[in-house]
Unconditional design. Structure first.
Length: 320
């Protein structure tokens, strides 16, 4: 079932009926990304290139205000939006980067820099995630992967590179829980040519498995390209950002050599939620996220302002 945030449709999610504003605040710059810092009442937001990261505190029981408490200035010459990854445990901090050579870890209380990488690589960062309390993985828009342990003086270590150059890439990290052994994590990299490479961080030099997807591309944009692992399903990934659909795949059937993959399910509802005066084919899904414990529930949004919460079933099983 698919639902849209709309105050006209009685079958959709309606603000007056289904949503209650508990806390709110205002930003004087656009917000492109918002991340909650585990174990705190703080969130970190990023905006356009060269704008600062903003740290906000969600009001307590005696206040409904989300108040900005600090800013972390962008590095000089940042040419893209900064990616943000909050700490998984321990002292609250945030990892942030717009390009590989300005990757830094900042303490949220003192605003002091705790770590910065030592590299000349100026590739744009398309993905940034902690794999443990002290280790993180970085993906560049050219598809290169780096692994870094902030306790290791050796710093950033290149672990994987794509065979094909000239494409844009993003990543999704699979980890089971906060204290997962970093070696047990897997990274899915999605290219602008609709190819997914799955890398096991225990043996990152060659893909664990990969697949080529037949997806009609309206206008692939790195800022919209998204690949995510289902947290409550073992080997499923979802892909979006190429058109008005979200595609779901089972990686268990993939092998080390690239073969064409068939989706388990395609959500096309955003194209049905179009403005009659607007071209339906121009709608592009901007992002999606899995429900943390409902295995087949996904939330997605698109350029036409639609917000959908939907469940899916394995369409391939029907024909077996």
């Amino acid at each position: 079932m698919s639902c849209m945030l709309c105050d006209l449709s009685p079958q959709g999610l309606c603000p007056e009926r289904d949503f209650k504003v508990e806390h709110g605040g205002f930003s004087d710059t656009p917000i492109h990304c918002l991340k909650h810092v585990l174990g705190t009442r703080s969130v970190v937001t990023s905006g356009p290139p060269e704008s600062p990261l903003q740290i906000w505190r969600i009001g307590g029981d005696d206040s409904d205000v989300i108040k900005r408490t600090a800013c972390i200035e962008a590095s000089t010459g940042s040419r893209s939006q900064r990616k943000v990854a909050p700490s998984l445990s321990g002292k609250p901090c945030v990892l942030h980067a717009s390009q590989v050579n300005d990757t830094a870890l900042t303490d949220l209380e003192s605003h002091r820099s705790l770590y910065s990488v030592d590299t000349d690589c100026a590739d744009r960062v398309s993905g940034l995630e902690f794999v443990s309390a002290d280790e993180f993985v970085v993906c560049s828009d050219r598809g290169h992967l780096w692994l870094c342990d902030v306790r290791d003086p050796a710093g950033l270590q290149s672990v994987a590179s794509p065979e094909q150059e000239g494409l844009q890439w993003c990543m999704g990290l699979k980890k089971r829980h906060v204290h997962t052994d970093p070696a047990a994590c897997a990274v899915a990299r999605l290219s602008s040519a609709c190819q997914v490479l799955v890398t096991d961080l225990r043996s990152p030099r060659s893909p664990l498995c990969q697949a080529k997807m037949t997806i009609h591309q309206d206008a692939p944009c790195l800022d919209f390209m998204t690949v995510t692992w289902a947290p409550a399903l073992d080997q499923c990934v979802a892909v979006s950002g190429f058109n008005g659909a979200v595609h779901i795949y089972d990686t268990q059937s993939w092998g080390p050599a690239a073969t064409e993959a068939e989706p388990l399910f395609i959500h096309k509802g955003h194209r049905m939620s179009h403005d009659p005066d607007r071209d339906r084919d121009s709608v592009v899904v901007t992002t999606h996220v899995w429900h943390p414990w409902k295995p087949r529930t996904v939330l997605s949004a698109a350029t036409n302002g639609s917000l959908h919460v939907w469940d899916w079933a394995d369409q391939t099983a029907v024909h077996r």
